[in-house]
Design a protein around this ligand. Structure first.
Ligand code: NAD
Length: 376
């Protein structure tokens, strides 16, 4: 079975879907690997490194020709997959809700599209969970970006010239990215507080040494929430949350927002009025900027200054740490392939009734087959 690895062509995408390490592991399974020339450049991997690992290197049409599986990070639409044969599996991140036309294109071309962001959040799939591996790095990078833009220090410093007080960092949304942001800000010496709508996160916040700031008068989401995900909150909850944030945010120096609701625009958590109460020089990082944004005025790919407060809206934070992000992402893909590898036939064989396969498969046999997409 031939597996093709694409060079990314999306704007500012420096990651790659395979590294020499995973190329070797896939070859050890019995696969043949073909890597598009230049695929690893953004992650400091040369074509020669892939060749040394046992892959062939060719242009895009060359790697796709004869491949049964085509892998990418942000996979292009059918137009970007020249000569791809009917029945070919395509695996990567497809942002299915935002790219309905592109997904329909895969269906029309008879491809089997596998969207790795739809990996079910079950224990068996943890090692294949690309959202977790990438969000973890994004949470770290958000704090580093904030520290860089902040004109002050994070830790308290007692010097001969006097004391510098510790930065106050508030993390809104404590999923994978938020937890890493708490841990990173704590390591840098900040005073950290955090909030979420899922009650299970309270203990996680406290176990990382941060202060949990929670709405108490209206009930949030019990425990983890369905599959670890939040849903849209009631108007009553939103009002209570806005009041709580208003009383807390004015005292914060750095705010990092990570709140997402699957299949919906990101919830608005910080308003213009709340920004006005913050000290000039404060910094916000909106990790949800590409899903509509948690912070009023945040703009994808830009740093804007409003009321003296910097709002950082960098896109694709994980992609800005391409070497580590590629190494984790490519292992996620390897773990997925390895789990469904037919050792005798030396091919990838996806059982139609497996929970993971049902979770990630968007198109097959000329149609969109995923329930969540059909419903949308
Ligand atoms: P996410 O990216 O969907 O959302 C980020 C966070 O924002 C979530 O914690 C969510 O509750 C929070 N949020 C949403 N709306 C909010 C609002 N209005 N106000 C405040 N916060 C809000 O979440 P994620 O990082 O992908 O993961 C969520 C959870 O899923 C994790 O904490 C983990 O427990 C679980 N998980 C399980 C597995 C697994 O078992 N395989 C893998 C990864 C994550």
């Amino acid at each position: 079975m031939k597996i093709a690895v694409l060079r990314e062509t999306a704007e500012a995408e420096h990651r790659v879907a395979a590294t020499p390490e995973t190329v070797k592991k896939l070859i050890a399974l019995g696969a043949e690997l073909a890597v598009e020339s230049g695929a690893g450049a953004g992650a400091n991997i040369a074509d020669g490194d892939y060749e040394a690992a046992g892959a062939t290197v060719a242009d895009r049409a060359g790697v796709i020709s004869g491949a049964s599986l085509v892998m990418g990070v942000q996979v292009p639409g059918v137009d970007g997959l020249p000569g791809i044969a009917k029945g070919t599996m395509v695996a990567g991140m497809m942002m299915p809700f935002a790219n309905a036309e592109r997904i329909k294109g895969y269906a029309d071309a008879g491809l089997v599209a596998l969207s790795m962001e739809f990996m079910p959040r079950i224990t068996r799939a943890q090692s294949m969970d690309v959202l977790s591996s990438q969000s973890n790095l994004a949470g770290y990078k958000a704090v580093i970006d904030a520290a860089e833009a902040y004109g002050r220090a994070f830790p308290m410093m007692m010097t001969a010239a006097g004391t510098i007080s510790a930065a106050r960092v508030f993390i809104m949304g404590v999923g994978v990215a938020g937890l890493q942001a708490i841990a990173t800000a704590r390591r840098l010496g900040a005073l950290v507080s955090a909030t979420d709508v899922r009650s299970a996160t309270k203990e996680q916040i406290e176990s990382l040494g941060a202060k949990a700031i929670f709405v108490t008068e209206v009930k949030g989401i019990e425990g983890e929430g369905a599959g670890g995900y939040a849903t849209e909150m009631s108007d009553e909850y939103k009002a209570a949350q806005a009041a709580l944030v208003s009383s807390h945010i004015a005292k914060q120096d750095i705010v990092i927002t990570t709140a997402l609701i699957p299949g919906r625009p990101a919830p608005r958590l910080v308003s213009d009025a709340q920004l006005r109460t913050m000290r000039p020089g404060s910094v916000l990082v909106d990790l949800a900027v590409e899903s509509g944004g948690n912070v009023e005025h945040s703009r994808p790919g830009e740093v804007v200054e409003v009321h003296g407060v910097k709002i950082i809206g960098h896109k694709n934070l994980a992609g800005r740490m391409a070497a580590d992000a590629s190494s984790l992402y490519s292992r996620n893909l390897f773990n997925f392939i390895n789990a469904f590898w037919d050792k005798e036939g030396k091919t990838l064989s996806l059982p139609a009734d497996d929970e993971i396969v049902v979770g990630v498969k968007l198109t097959e046999g000329g149609a969109v087959v995923h329930e969540r997409l059909k419903a949308a």
